[in-house]
Design a protein around this ligand. Sequence first.
Ligand code: HEC
Ligand code: HEC
Ligand code: HEC
Ligand code: HEC
Ligand code: HEC
Length: 217
Amino acid sequence: MAPLFRPRTNALTVVFLVGVLALLVAISVIAYVVYRSPYQTDAGYAPEQPIPFSHQHHVGGLGIDCQYCHTSAETSDFAGIPPTRTCMTCHSQEWTNAEMLAPVRESLSHQEPLAWTRVHKLADYTYFSHRAHVNNGVGCESCHGRVDKMHMTVQRQPLTMEWCLECHRDPGSELRPQDKITSMGYSPEDDAIPGHELIDQYDINLDHLTECSSCHR
Ligand code: HEC
Ligand code: HEC
Ligand code: HEC
Ligand code: HEC
Ligand code: HEC
């Protein structure tokens, strides 16, 4: 009986199939890389603001603590954006006539809040709480990066579900003592208490941290 394909056709078919397979793999790899890239996840997002407020000057330079301006991080789901009068505690004396600060003075005299553009924003179907993290040993730096070095505020982390879960599965190495929550440039080796011991100290219940209902309620 004659073979269905001659040997030469067989070889060509194999080359063709291998080529198609390689192309499919290449397409999936590219799709995956684009899907995971900062472009897709908003990491690196730094929108224009009404005033060039600089964390580098105020935190890195002047040494003002995060909670002086973001007063509700410890007590509520939201860290909060400071009202204009917080700025005026200093700027009624410092740089009072600077052109750059005109919008601050206008906001005060018209009693209208400054229109800051949001940098971080999770989808509405996700529940997030600052209080739950800040009171359980997770520092601002773990999620927002070196804010003390930012001129423009920029989103450093992807804020995807996978990113949240990576820490929720094993938060030990990310934890710090309560007095270091707003510190920048902290490294766990600086402290005598290792992170995994802090899990007990903060009484963190690891079981429910990866349950869907913790973040989607
Ligand atoms: C002097 C007041 C002040 C201090 C101190 C301060 N911030 Fe801010 N922060 C602001 C203002 C005003 C904004 C809104 C403008 C902007 O996004 O740059 C802001 C925005 C932010 C945002 C982005 C909010 C969003 O829209 O998603 C983060 C994150 C943040 N601050 C973290 C910190 C951390 C962490 C510290 C301490 C290391 C800190 N801030 C200290 C005033 C302050
Ligand atoms: C604790 C005092 C203090 C507070 C509170 C404060 N500032 Fe300032 N700010 C300063 C000082 C001091 C300078 C001059 C900084 C320098 O030249 O290093 C400054 C500088 C600035 C500048 C000039 C650009 C720069 O960063 O050097 C802007 C704009 C500004 N502040 C906006 C704000 C806004 C908006 C708020 C409120 C969210 C605010 N500041 C709160 C003390 C303060
Ligand atoms: C576990 C991660 C995590 C930690 C820790 C954390 N943040 Fe956030 N922060 C976020 C996320 C996520 C958002 C966006 C929340 C949303 O869209 O609902 C956010 C939003 C913000 C905002 C915008 C306004 C608001 O309240 O939503 C500010 C300001 C802010 N964070 C400051 C801080 C400061 C200051 C600290 C430390 C005291 C801190 N964050 C600690 C993840 C974190
Ligand atoms: C760096 C580590 C870390 C990251 C990143 C992180 N978390 Fe958490 N999260 C924790 C720890 C630790 C707790 C405290 C657990 C406890 O209360 O026992 C917690 C608690 C929570 C809780 C409260 C759970 C409850 O019912 O008590 C929610 C909701 C939550 N995280 C959502 C998120 C979301 C959404 C993200 C991503 C945008 C995120 N977390 C990113 C470490 C992290
Ligand atoms: C630690 C918090 C956390 C837990 C636990 C969690 N999610 Fe999510 N989930 C998120 C965040 C954050 C997003 C992305 C929100 C955004 O894009 O702003 C998300 C997005 C999603 C989406 C939208 C599609 C996508 O992938 O972006 C689905 C569907 C979803 N989650 C289902 C689940 C299911 C099912 C579980 C349980 C197996 C679960 N989540 C557990 C935080 C969580």
